[in-house]
Design a protein around this ligand. Structure first.
Ligand code: ADP
Ligand code: ADP
Ligand code: ZN
Length: 218
């Protein structure tokens, strides 16, 4: 099964992707995580991507398509995968369709997570992750069970993304509306778009997504 999670920055894609990954045994492919890893490793891709990410702009299609094209060739993608943060432009979606078509595969479902812009700013401003295992948290909406200790790995070391500030968020939201939102009619025409209420609380969103996925496999 090939699933795309589509939604603005802060919609909850990463949070839900790791839950779906655990329950459905699908590998999660997050272009944001891959790009951040490239930036901190100082690779050629990382050097090219860095400025765009810091400004809240999209990295070029060429770079992200290159990353995804290589990644889906790996063994763990054979029984399907979950895309989180890719595609983000119509050109990326068209290329993805071609890459999949060559393997006799197709995007099975695109889950749009709809969230108001004001809530997104709030979610992004309070977001932080475990520096050890990358588990995501929020200052208000998702705190670790024991204060300052990661539920996943016990680490007390947390980080915040440098692009998760109020100025960059405005630019990332504008980028979403102009460059990524055109994917909605694109996938609607393909008959694979499902929209869920991303404003609901985290567990309720998981229920909605599982419901959509169960209808697909039924
Ligand atoms: P968020 O979780 O807030 O939606 P991501 O972690 O997915 O953000 O992405 C962080 C940054 O990485 C984006 O602002 C953009 O610069 C870059 N990026 C990630 N995925 C893509 C993509 N598919 N196309 C272009 N740029 C991307
Ligand atoms: P994305 O990957 O789409 O950018 P994240 O999954 O990182 O979004 O979520 C952004 C922030 O909002 C995180 O701090 C997360 O804990 C929190 N969050 C995610 N889903 C919800 C929700 N349904 N309600 C409230 N907060 C949420
Ligand atoms: Zn952890």
């Amino acid at each position: 099964m090939i699933i795309v999670l589509l939604g603005p920055p802060g919609a909850g894609k990463g949070t839900q992707a790791s839950r779906i990954m655990q329950t459905h045994g699908l590998v999660q492919l997050s272009t944001g995580d891959m790009l951040r890893a490239a930036v901190s490793a100082g690779t050629e891709v990382g050097l090219k991507a860095k400025e765009f990410m810091a400004a809240g702009k999209l990295v070029t299609d060429e770079i992200v398509i290159g990353i995804i094209a290589d990644r889906i060739e790996e063994d763990d993608c054979k029984s399907g995968f979950l895309l989180d943060g890719f595609p983000r432009t119509v050109a990326q979606a068209e290329t993805l369709n071609k890459l999949l078509n060559d393997k006799n595969l197709t995007v099975d479902i695109v889950v749009e997570m709809k969230v108001d812009d004001e809530s997104l700013v709030d979610r992004i401003a309070g977001r932080y992750t475990c520096a050890q295992c990358n588990k995501g948290y929020h200052d208000t909406y998702l705190k670790p069970q024991v204060a300052d200790v990661c539920d996943g790995c016990g680490s007390a070391n947390f980080t915040r993304r440098s692009d998760d500030n109020r100025e960059t968020v405005i630019s990332r939201l504008a980028t979403y509306h102009t460059q990524t939102a055109p994917l909605l009619p694109f996938y609607k025409a393909q008959g694979v778009l499902r929209t869920i209420d991303g404003m609901a609380d985290i567990d309720d969103v998981t229920v909605q997504i599982n419901d959509v996925l169960s209808k697909l496999s039924a």
